[in-house]
Design a protein around this ligand. Structure first.
Ligand code: SF4
Length: 549
């Protein structure tokens, strides 16, 4: 036997599997989602909903549209009632399809006047069984929508300049803006015109409707970082440049879910009128270089993590903008809380009033009531916040207390408890097909119990309640972040519960909470668990020490 026959062969470099990046020549779809988007531009589903499905009913809907392209029009099937977490453990999400839809209406940080608020309220009462949630992306989310009613709902929304277009799907979803844009005394720059321009130029355009996955945008010039820039794919963050004046830094690649990453700061200066061009550059990088092989790696954060900010900036400048951006110092953490709850004087001497429902849950009557309030008191309108709250803007000094009292009468607290102020919850098992546990009602009950147990809490402690690992209500950036999962109770039974993350935050601090493997709590035991954690904090804190410090 010769040496040649027995000698080990030199290892051949294994061909590297591509990530499906279009810019590198991977134009063939590598998974079913990519195939579906290639088969038909998802925006085409609008015409089919208008002309076919709404006329022929639910059973006429092509499954590829129902479970895929409907999202581009802000529509998901909601979870059929009667399934709890335990029963659904072995079922695929589509097996839980109800015949009704969740519908998201994007506000894009815009001011909602009386006509818009009453329209939103009327849709809720006429078509959505009086449901309406304020989401942490400044959307209004309805449930129980029947496909037959969708064109009428769209007509009513269009009449007041609102839309569900690209509110979901692998598309540029609803934008976050500052709720106090244009009125806050300490605002660095008003980003509202830039958001309006991005919407005008790019939303609903086929060139930006087939992205690797969702693409989240934030633009705010308020020093409280009230647009949650740390957790968006692209964020424009107000800065005052010593040479160029007010403008924006660019942060990219933020996102939570199962691989959380806070956005990376480029340290550049962008003029207000250039924001839309730069936004187009960033979304184009995502479209062209974003990973499309695996859905779990298809967010911009994975590309940013692999490239680093230097390469990202270089590609943005050389391939897309064809010019260099001036250097700038990136902002650090926020100067103060950005939830805008309470009564605050505006730069014009009038006031804005931030008010809290509990965990974002309102209804059509509240929306209509807000429209009446804005008109009756001559206020400017309402903006939604990225904390599932809202702000009434432009209230005259002599009307402030009347507005606060009226808000209170419709269930919105301008002077809420710390618990109501700082708790959020995602949709959860009531309507979401991916949910493992109940969230909205559980969080509502938790807030009520904590108000009873700690009525005089003197510092905010944020609690974010999520129904599964997807972290739609931001598990990893709360003082107490809760991720829904099945856990063992004391008798060895699998029951609804939560994995706990502690010490996260954005704005005033910027850190991901620590997942404490040993801290798993049953849903039934949540009140006592939070009580123990908060009691320990209150007992051991040093002067001025926050919960997350
Ligand atoms: Fe649904 Fe999970 Fe998102 Fe909650 S976190 S809304 S349960 S996908």
């Amino acid at each position: 036997m010769s040496n040649q026959a027995t000698a080990p062969r030199p290892a051949r470099p294994r061909p590297k599997r591509g990530e499906g990046q279009w810019a590198l020549g991977y134009s063939e779809p590598l998974n079913a989602n990519e195939q579906s988007k290639k088969d038909d531009n998802p925006l085409n589903v609008e015409a089919r909903i208008r002309n076919i499905y709404s006329k022929r009913g639910f059973d006429s809907i092509d499954p590829a549209d129902l479970r895929g392209r409907f999202r581009w029009m802000g529509l998901y099937t909601q979870r059929a009632p009667g399934f709890d977490g335990g029963k659904t453990a072995t079922l695929e999400p589509h097996e839980l399809d109800d015949r009704y839809f969740m519908m998201r209406v994007r506000s894009d940080g815009a001011l909602l006047g009386p006509a818009q608020l009453r329209t939103l309220g009327g849709i809720s009462t006429d078509f959505a069984r009086n449901t309406a949630d304020i989401t942490d992306r400044q959307n209004i989310q309805y449930h129980w929508i029947d496909i037959e009613n969708v064109p009428e709902i769209w007509s009513r929304l269009e009449a007041v300049g609102l839309s569900t277009l690209e509110a979901c799907g692998d598309s540029p979803r609803g934008f976050l803006g500052s709720p106090v844009a244009g009125v806050a005394k300490d605002e660095i720059i008003d980003a509202t015109p830039a958001l309006a321009e991005i919407k005008r130029r790019y939303i609903g355009k086929p060139e930006y409707a087939n992205l690797p996955r969702k693409f989240k945008t934030s633009a705010s010039g308020h020093p409280s970082l009230d647009g949650a820039p740390e957790i968006n794919d692209v964020s424009f963050v107000g800065i005052d440049h010593p040479e160029h004046g007010p403008g924006f830094d660019l942060w990219v690649g933020g996102g939570l879910s199962t691989n959380p990453m806070l956005a990376q700061k480029l340290g550049v200066w962008i003029a207000l009128e250039d924001v839309a061009d730069v936004w187009e550059g960033v979304i184009s990088i995502f479209r062209d270089y974003g990973y499309r092989r695996l859905r779990s790696r298809a967010r911009l954060k994975f590309l940013v993590a692999d490239w680093g900010v230097e390469k990202f900036r270089e590609v943005l400048e050389s391939e897309y903008l064809h010019r260099a951006l001036p250097d700038a110092e990136s902002p650090g953490v926020a100067e103060h809380s950005g939830d805008h709850i309470g009564v605050h004087e505006q730069k014009d001497g009038r006031f804005y009033i931030g008010a809290a429902p509990t965990v974002g849950r309102i209804d059509g009557d509240v929306l209509t009531g807000l429209g009446d309030l804005v008109e009756a008191y001559g206020a400017d309108g309402v903006r939604l916040t990225s904390y599932q709250k809202l702000v009434v803007l432009g209230v005259d000094a002599d009307k402030v207390e009347d507005v606060v009292a009226t808000l209170d009468r419709i269930g919105l607290a301008a002077r809420p408890s710390q618990w109501r102020r700082s708790t959020m919850a995602c949709t959860g098992i009531e309507f979401c097909k991916l949910a493992i546990v109940d969230t909205k009602q559980r969080a509502h009950d938790l807030v009520a119990e904590l108000e009873r147990r700690f009525p005089d809490l003197d510092t905010p402690i944020s609690i974010n309640v999520n129904g599964c690992p997807n972290a739609c209500a931001r598990t990893q950036i709360a003082d107490i972040g809760l991720k829904g999962q099945l856990v063992m109770d004391g008798d060895g039974n699998q029951v609804e519960g939560f994995q706990v993350h502690l010490g996260g935050g954005i704005g005033l601090i910027s850190s991901l909470g620590k997942k404490l493997r040993a801290h798993k709590v049953t849903s039934a035991g949540l009140d006592d668990y939070v009580t123990d954690v908060v009691s320990a904090y209150l007992q051991h804190r040093e002067d001025g020490e926050s919960f997350a410090a």
